[in-house]
Design a binder for this molecule. Structure first.
Ligand code: KIV
Length: 273
């Protein structure tokens, strides 16, 4: 009974949709159980982003990320969290074809992770897939603007929607995504005026990354805002400098081992004397 109550207290798609225009939505990426445990009490959504391929697995882009990787990281984040809605990214190649194939892949993610929703990047055929999935009970988050999975076609990660044709495309994709039944939408790498217009035009929350304060919520890659890398995009605010902190700790550990200061008495088991 208490386990049932605990499950019921998790945020889900309708809670997030209802936050539009009322409370700014807080979202961060999470890929592991310990990080999920740290972020869960303060986040509304934990996004198991396919950025895991670059952040954790050292890939150059997200194209090489597999469904199995997403499921494994989704399971870890579910184990480490209890309150936030967990959304798992569908990786490149798992949803862009026939809606039936997307449905099979999304069902695997939902059943094998227990997550509350999935995310797909936009494209001409994607609204039909979003409609197909949502009509069958799968909460879908859209993703418009800069599409990391399209890096090989769209070119290097650069803000989108500055040219007139591109602006129209992003706006149209956002409207189609909302009309197809998505419960919320990531808006990535667009200028403030376009983010404002999308947020104004659609009935579901926009969650911005590099898309100005005009969105209904914000998402960042947790490792970026914690300062784990020596470089971060302009839109990231670093709230910690973990890279320096970890560097200091590791150097101290190495010095202690080499000087035989570690382990000390406190870290040693002794037999009965
Ligand atoms: O994969 C990811 O982390 C994402 C965020 C950047 C929104 O899609």
């Amino acid at each position: 009974m208490s386990a049932q109550r605990e499950k019921a207290s998790r945020l889900a798609a309708p809670d997030i949709t209802a936050m539009k225009g009322k409370t700014p939505i807080v979202c961060l990426t999470a890929y592991t159980a310990p990080m999920a445990e740290l972020l869960d009490p303060v986040c509304d959504i934990l996004l198991v982003g396919d950025s895991v391929g670059m952040v954790v697995h050292g890939l150059d882009n997200t194209v090489g990320v597999t469904l199995e990787m997403m499921i494994l990281h989704g399971q870890a984040v579910m184990r480490g969290s209890r309150r936030a809605m967990v959304v798992v990214d569908m990786p490149f190649g798992s949803y862009e074809g026939a809606p039936e194939h997307a449905y099979a892949a999304a069902c695997r993610v939902m059943k094998e992770t227990g997550a509350q929703g999935i995310k797909v990047e936009s494209g001409p055929t994607i609204p039909a897939t979003i409609a197909y999935l949502t009509q069958r009970g799968i909460p879908v988050m859209g993703h418009v603007g800069l599409r990391p999975q399209a890096a090989l076609i769209d070119g290097p990660f650069k803000a989108k929607g500055r040219k007139e044709g591109e602006r129209e495309r992003v706006l149209q994709e956002a409207c189609a995504t909302a009309e197809a039944g998505a419960f919320a939408m990531v808006v990535e790498g667009v200028a403030e005026d376009l983010a404002r217009e999308i947020t104004h035009q659609i009935a579901i929350p926009t969650i911005g990354i590099g898309a100005s304060p005009a969105c209904d919520g914000q998402v960042l890659v947790a490792e970026d805002m914690l300062g784990l890398f020596d470089w971060a995009p302009k839109f990231v605010r670093r709230y910690a400098d973990l890279r320096a902190e970890i560097g200091r700790a590791v150097e101290q550990y190495a010095a202690d081992v080499r000087a035989r200061r570690f382990p000390g008495e406190a870290e040693t088991y002794f037999g009965k004397s």
